[in-house]
Design a binder for this molecule. Structure first.
Ligand SMILES: Cc1cc2nc3c(=O)[nH]c(=O)nc-3n(C[C@H](O)[C@H](O)[C@H](O)COP(=O)(O)O)c2cc1C
Length: 276
């Protein structure tokens, strides 16, 4: 896969050709769905490819219903960390599909009841989200251009979301010294996020990076997609490190909020050891 090209060319596709996918493409998708790399391997996850035309996807606060020929439904055990885990997993599929010219859109809005019926799910199985899938509609159209520019074009700057050693301490000098990490961070900032909120912030040390999300106000959760967004962002970071031959391994800090003096509106997700 041409990873950087996939990351740079991926956009959320909200209008699709009314065409079934070629059998070879279906086989590639199914193979990818069965060969995914989790963040936590003790959380049961299932990804199902469904024909999607009548499934009721993507209401975007009642604004835009998405009609796509297929969708991937993500089903997870409801366990601590399941949202970042599913984000991490599914974004690998999204990038692989982008690489072969297939359009996708992450959707947090979907008809839960209908999809549960189609898949005959039991109460312990939670649908976390769906991803619409199909050939992107080729001609210029409102949903893939104007609408996308409205909800999802702008991105935060690296220095806005990256700190060094301490919360709010600029990572500017560190990033200028470590150009490969600067590039990887840029590639991670291009990750999709719910409502394009881009809630992920990072703290670097010389040989680690810790990921946090802005999701609370007065101790109340205000962004229910934030952890999934974090998993997506971390997926980009992780895949780019592998591409750059940087050795990495996940670990959890003992008291990350205290250690880095993180603002209380944020939650800790995970850290990576980085061996440059
Ligand atoms: C977890 C998640 C949920 C999303 N839910 C919706 C949705 O319900 N409807 C929609 O049109 N787009 C949805 N999106 C797509 C985002 O709006 C989009 O990723 C963001 O605006 C950035 O634009 P881009 O993906 O084109 O770069 C979602 C994205 C994520 C990551």
């Amino acid at each position: 896969m041409d990873l950087y090209n996939a990351i740079e060319s991926r956009i959320s596709i909200r209008k699709y050709e009314d065409k079934t996918l070629h059998e070879d493409v279906i086989n590639i998708i199914k193979e990818k769905l069965n060969n995914i790399n989790p963040m936590y391997d003790d959380i049961k996850v299932r990804l199902e490819l469904l024909e999607g035309n009548s499934l009721g996807m993507g209401f975007f606060y009642g604004f835009a219903k998405i009609v796509a020929p297929y969708c991937i439904v993500a089903i997870s055990e409801n366990k601590k960390g399941y949202l970042e885990n599913i984000g991490f997993i599914e974004e690998q599929v999204v990038l692989a599909l982008t690489d072969i010219g297939i359009g996708t859109c992450w959707l947090g809005t979907f008809n839960d009841k209908k999809i549960r019926e189609v898949l005959n799910l039991n109460d312990s199985e939670k649908i976390t989200n769906v991803i619409s899938v199909g050939y992107p509609f080729k001609e210029k159209n409102f949903r893939n251009s104007v609408f996308r520019n409205f909800v999802g074009r702008s991105r935060k700057q690296d220095t806005e979301i990256a700190y060094y050693m301490q919360w709010k301490k600029t990572a500017c000098e560190y990033l200028n010294k470590k150009q490969s990490i600067k590039k990887i961070l840029h590639m991670s900032i291009l990750a999709p996020s719910g409502g394009n909120k881009q809630p992920v912030y990072v703290v670097f040390t010389e040989n680690s990076v810790s990921f946090f999300v802005e999701n609370k106000r007065n101790e109340l959760i205000i962004n229910r997609w934030a952890e999934m967004d974090a998993g997506i962002f971390i997926s980009h970071f992780y895949l780019c490190c592998i591409k750059e031959n940087i050795k990495i391994s996940f670990y959890k800090e003992k008291s990350p909020m205290k250690k880095y003096n993180v603002s209380p509106e944020f939650s800790y997700i995970i850290s990576l050891n980085i061996l440059l």
